[in-house]
Design a protein around this ligand. Sequence first.
Ligand code: IPD
Ligand code: CA
Ligand code: CA
Length: 255
Amino acid sequence: MINDIVAIAKEAGEIVREGFHKNLKIEYKSNESDLVTNIDKASEKLITDFVKKKYPSHGILAEEGGNIKEGTEYVWIIDPLDGTVNFTHGLPIFSISIGIQKNGKTIAGVVYDIPQNILYSAESGGGAFANDEKIKVSDNSNIAHSILVTGFPYNIHQNPYNALEKFVSFTRKARGIRRLGSAAIDFCYVARGVFDGFWEVYLSPWDVCAGKFIVEEAGGIVTNFNSEQIGVDSKQILASDGKIHNDMLEILKQT
Ligand code: IPD
Ligand code: CA
Ligand code: CA
């Protein structure tokens, strides 16, 4: 199945690449920062049409359609364009994220970093890859030497979980904080050892499914802010190399 996920992610990636810097049809979702474009929709249609045709018994949970078939053994969890705000403003940081769950457990994940043409992939027990190169999380155990990444949810104006204070606390402890605007890419940079940790609140299953799995297959840890194991619907995400996880948890608990 992984070959099919890779192929369809690349095909959808061409639609997204083709739409970059072109005139877009933009609509608002929950507010004026939460956007959907004709390209998000076209990418999603390509992927979901493929699943419906080739795997008619599989369920689908896709951001722009919310189309789920309850009770199916396999579910495709799809973000057809992660980083839509970047995409609409011409900033080349965006991706496609596709995770597959079997009976509620993730078994495969693909994140396609379209501008850089890097395809991250993982299958259960097989490790994680960036194109053909095997990747692993960083060896850093010192938060003062770390680069961390975060994102802000579309309800940041309500400051859920004191998200802004947490940003300030991490800024005081780490070497640097980045905010890229594509959660799926944030996860993959942790998996690749570029970033040592990633935290965010209020992500959705399509932001989390493939990326979380790729981090875990690369040797990292993903929990909530209480250090508990989580599913893809968790509203608190902490992903790290494992060695700075406790230090990050401490900061998250204090704020
Ligand atoms: C968003 C991005 C962003 C994160 C937001 C997500 P979208 O996804 O992943 O990095 O901070 O919380 O909603 O809307 O571009 O698919
Ligand atoms: Ca997303
Ligand atoms: Ca999206």
